[in-house]
Write a protein that binds this ligand. Structure first.
Ligand code: S3P
Length: 441
């Protein structure tokens, strides 16, 4: 086991430079799983090697999928849509909700009997949102009081699932992706309608592999798979959700200018760029290009004084993972920042409204917690000690506060950041920040 640590960040001058990050987390999960469902060998470069993607790879190995990691190159031998072997034990999805929810859809399509489980944190997350529509499709699946462990019973693969027309109660790419995967084995066209623009990586990647998927606005129509999925050959773009930490770091330190190269800028993910611009930071996307169906660019941010903003509606969906880091930026903006329509944050790795507000309060921030968001009074963060509370994004966000706070900030149990951004401290150090990592005894 890797050691636990506390983390403090500081800056003695502007941050500057350019960096290249690991591949996107959502795309890494999808590339590994969809490659397993394809027929033939897939080669995926710039795969994110981290805690949560190891959960997906471990589960695939238990389902009989052969894969190899050489640095950041993942090679997968696809077994086809119905090629999983029945695992000998429950699959451990660790802390990864993407792993458990997407696998549930893939196992439903495959008809493989299986139990899906994970960490204590994962067991607290709602699973009825995937099992309820799967049951309507005829998938024999059960939860444990609405949560993991999930149990799928075996199903004759000759018997297709029932195509459905379904409106998701919340905008969720994990739920949508689960149902798209199940729909590949249905008896007709499945139509999925969402209340907001959740990330569409599944649609883009499966379409590039030969599936028939049509999107219009927030509705997607999926046809049953007519021929095997073609294997993948792609280099993944960098993760905009990880880039967001470096961009906010630059926004917090006057005079900074940083560029993060080769980052995915899919419009369903770029809410944070819109919001940082609205706050006054100078943000540009340079060298726009398309790689394997995904928009990619180099994101440059130059610091400028930050102003408070209001975030609501579809922008919330388009930056759903960036609220912890955005909240820290808001702590250094002038005025009162307001977040509404974001109740979904309560169902993430932690209850990200309550836990974020609690830890920011511990650093002196004046704020108000609401059911669907919060308000933050800029200029009130003093410094002190906070805890990551088992949430990788909270660990990194709180640590960034130390770059601009009047007194140092120490984040306890920051090792959880390895789940999604193992080289977070190294990347910031390269830009000129100072990171102090203290192993916990
Ligand atoms: C993800 C979707 C989002 C996001 C998560 C990754 C994905 O979750 O928060 O980090 O890869 O599909 P929801 O689908 O629950 O919104």
């Amino acid at each position: 086991m890797q050691p636990a640590f506390d983390l403090s960040l500081a800056s003695s001058g502007p941050l500057a430079g350019s960096c290249l990050l690991s591949g996107d987390k959502s795309l890494s999960h999808r590339a590994a799983l969809f490659a397993a469902l394809a027929e033939g060998e897939s080669v995926i470069d710039r795969f994110l090697v981290s805690g949560v993607t190891h959960a997906m790879l471990g589960a695939l190995a238990a389902l009989g999928v052969a894969w190899r990691l050489d640095g950041a190159r993942l090679t997968v031998q696809g077994r086809g849509l119905r090629g999983f072997v029945t695992p000998a034990a429950p699959l451990d999805c660790g802390n990864s909700a993407t792993t458990i929810r997407l696998l549930a859809g893939a196992l439903a399509a495959a008809g493989t009997p299986c139990t899906l489980d994970g960490s204590a944190g994962l067991r607290r997350r709602p699973m009825g949102r995937v099992t309820e529509p799967l049951l309507r499709m005829g998938v024999p699946v059960g939860t444990t009081d609405g949560c993991a462990p999930l149990t799928l019973s075996g199903r004759a693969v000759s018997c297709p699932l029932t195509a459905i027309d379904y409106t998701l109660p919340v905008a969720s790419a994990q739920v949508k992706s689960c149902l798209i995967l199940a729909a590949l084995a249905a008896d007709g066209v499945t139509t999925l309608r969402e209340p907001g623009p959740s990330r569409d990586h599944t649609e883009r990647m499966l379409a590039a592999m030969g599936a028939s998927i049509r999107s219009a606005g927030n509705t997607v129509a999926v046809s049953p798979l007519a021929r095997p999925l073609a294997p993948l050959r792609m280099t993944l773009p960098g993760d905009i959700s990880s880039a967001a930490f470096l961009l906010v770091a630059a926004a917090l330190v006057p005079g900074s200018e940083v560029t993060v190269r080769d980052v995915g800028v899919n419009p369903t993910r770029t809410g944070i760029l819109d919001v940082l611009s609205a706050m006054g930071a100078r943000v540009t996307v340079e060298n726009p290009r398309v790689i394997a169906g995904e928009p990619v660019g180099d994101i440059r941010l130059a610091a400028a004084p930050l102003q408070a903003v209001r975030v609501a509606g579809d922008t919330v969906v388009r930056m759903i993972d960036e609220f912890p880091v955005f909240a820290v930026a808001a702590c250094f903006a002038s005025g009162v920042t307001e977040v509404c329509d974001a109740e979904e944050l309560r169902y993430k790795e932690t209850d990200r409204i309550s836990v974020l507000c609690g830890e920011l309060k511990a650093l002196g921030v004046r704020l108000t917690e609401r059911r669907d968001g919060f308000t933050i009074e800029g200029g009130t963060l003093a410094g002190g000690e906070a805890d990551a509370r088992g949430d990788h994004r909270l660990a990194m966000s709180l640590a960034l506060a130390g770059l601009a706070a009047p007194s140092p900030v120490t984040v306890h149990h920051a090792e959880i950041l390895r789940e999604s951004f193992p080289d977070f401290v190294e990347q910031l150090t390269r830009l000129g920040a100072t990171g102090t990592v203290k192993e916990r005894s």
